[in-house]
Design a protein around this ligand. Sequence first.
Ligand SMILES: [Zn+2]
Length: 304
Amino acid sequence: MALSPSVCLQECKENNAKFVEAKQSQTAFIASEDPLQNLCLASQDILHKAQQSGRSRCLQCGGSRMFYCYTCYVPVGNVPTEQIPLVKLPLKIDIIKHPNETDGKSTAVHAKLLAPDCVNIYTYPCIPEYEERDHEVVLVFPGPQSISVKDISFYLQKRIENKGRGNNGGPDKPSLKRKRTEEEESCDLTENKCKGTALKRIVFIDSTWNQTNKISTDERLRGLLQVELKTRKTCFWRHQKGKPDTFLSTIEAIYYFLVDYHTELLREKYRGQYDNLLFFYSFMYRLVKNAKGAGGKGKTELTH
Ligand SMILES: [Zn+2]
């Protein structure tokens, strides 16, 4: 069956709009029995078929894999690329993974497979320099300094203003600026919202939470504005022991960030545009859930 994401979007539009409205009216995302059931997804027939026929060869490295190759970031032979949905993202995404992270367990690969033009994966400590661009880049990472998605424009704007002051030098100019009233500030903010936002790139760290702290405190990342997604609950099947269920898997974090970005920063109605980012994730989630239900004693893991 040929994939037609646009038809899917149309069909799902009504249901999805209701779902999103419901989501927006809540401060917390309430995980239902199957929290991924209302997604607007392309047909997963190809994944069903691939799962039945078993592992296949990676066309690049020849490795035996299920669905996709986690080292080459390409689908395997029995999952043709043209049958995988292509998701268009409004922002560039950099994912920094810890070298010790097991590639086969990472959900970061899903983002690269589904939005290859917008996503780059780096292995720590080889990461880009963000210092010159820290007014248009944010790091998604929970912590005491982190702000929420809706406040990103405000804080990036402040950085842009600070940079402007720094460049213009002159002792008089900053004091004049400082006298601006709060009303003027909020006016600027409104203007900025109309134009969109300064945000161009988001950085995610893909690693177990114990290793994440080391990366987030790297001096190349420390200066970035940190953003936290506080209200989403994970359905990650490898939910990490001792961590609250708001600690998301990487693909969930990317997805929920983009939904919030769309509704809170772009101020547009969300109609499922990024749901296909969970194309693999939702399928694998159901596989694991069904396996557990069929007597897997909660230990079943989807391995590649
Ligand atoms: Zn490969």
